[in-house]
Design a protein. Structure first.
Length: 367
């Protein structure tokens, strides 16, 4: 039975902390991060809890500071800190020294022709994929989120909201559960603390959860109920298509009464896939298994003899829509990876050119 926690936001007095090691564990610190800290014990571990254009907010033992945004260059690529990251600060200057390796990272393609990667959140344990029991329910979108979660080795939990608006919520539950084996699906009334309390098992001390889902599905309401506040603004629903207006403008980090941490991300209409081939294979394991049994290794699954995928569709075992979703997401992943590779190649070439020019200039000055 799930334990019920009082719905009141836990306000943390970071400056009163006396025991860094134990309190770090409450914030999600574990042996994975401790091993990286082993050779730099003089540095102060802090976690990024807010990201703004002007800077970031970090918290840790006896520190709660707004500092400039952190970035570093590694292998000719820029790495920036995002919500959920762990940084090591210089004990004297309080300036960031190093970004610790992440256990997980969610990112998406930013809008526009540049198609740069935009970091969403790091070091997540559980991803709450929120959707509603109305026209917003979309299996293709859910499969997209599942692929991202599987690739990052993050536990996905599908949260169905607004079940009171339909007479047959079980249909949505079955449709969601059938997307993958052993997939966890919960139906909640996002406005009811008693109903939401069932999610507490994923929100215990040291656990970090994040919410994703399109606008209007009840993410802000769920955040408010989990935290016991009205910090997340709630938008109206447009009539006709059940779509909502975006109400979350930045990525922030809340501590919950259950002791866990919740990363609230802006409403994401589409997450584009990058480097998630393993995640796709897990989400579409049934198709991968069928493809392995095709007569030809290069089977396109269109009309070749001995195609096990087409046979499964003909027998009613595999829905054609699932095959279409797999093809669409696989093509998107290949396209994004190609674009990313091209940009990395250009960035490396430019960096080398700058280094050569700098070296040549210094040589000329010496002469």
């Amino acid at each position: 039975m799930s334990e019920h926690f009082p719905c009141a936001l836990l306000r943390v007095d970071f400056m009163s902390i006396k025991s860094p090691a134990s309190d770090l564990e409450n914030w999600g610190w574990n042996s994975f991060f401790d091993d990286q800290w082993a050779h730099d014990r003089d540095a102060i571990p802090v976690r990024v809890v807010e990201v703004h254009r002007s800077g970031i907010r970090v918290v840790g033992p006896q520190i709660d500071e707004h500092i400039q945004r952190f970035s570093s260059i590694t292998d000719d690529e820029e790495t920036v800190a995002t919500v959920g990251d762990w940084l090591l600060l210089d004990a004297q200057t309080k300036k960031p020294k190093r970004l610790l390796q992440r256990r997980s990272l969610f990112q998406r393609r930013a809008p526009g022709k540049a198609r740069k990667l935009q970091l969403i959140a790091a070091n997540i344990d559980t991803l709450f994929i929120v959707t509603s029991c109305n026209q917003d329910f979309n299996t293709a979108r859910l499969e997209r989120y599942l692929a991202l979660a599987r690739e990052a080795d993050v536990r996905p939990v599908i949260i169905l909201t607004k079940a009171d608006l339909t007479s047959e919520p079980e249909q949505y539950l079955i449709a969601a559960a059938n997307l993958a084996d052993d997939l966890l699906v919960e139906i909640v009334d996002a406005r009811d603390p008693g109903s939401v309390a069932g999610l507490a098992r994923w929100c215990g001390p040291g656990q970090t959860v994040a919410l994703v889902g399109s606008s209007g599905v009840g993410k802000s309401t769920l955040v408010n109920t989990l935290s016991g506040t009205d910090r997340a603004a709630i938008g109206d629903i447009r009539s006709g298509d059940d779509k909502g207006r975006h109400t979350t403008s930045g990525r922030t980090f809340h501590q919950l009464p259950s002791g866990g941490w919740l990363i609230d991300t802006p409403g994401i209409r589409e997450l584009q896939l990058t480097d998630v081939s393993d995640g796709l294979e897990e989400v579409f394991a049934d198709i991968v298994e069928l493809a392995a049994g095709c007569r030809f290794n290069d089977c396109s699954h269109e009309g070749e003899p001995g195609c096990q995928i087409q046979a499964a569709i003909a027998d009613g075992v595999l829905p054609l829509s699932r095959l279409k979703n797999w093809r669409k997401l696989a093509a998107e992943e290949r396209y994004n990876n190609a674009s990313l590779s091209e940009r990395h190649t250009k960035n490396r070439a430019f960096t080398k050119m700058v280094k050569r020019a700098t070296k040549h200039k210094k040589s000329g000055e010496l002469d």
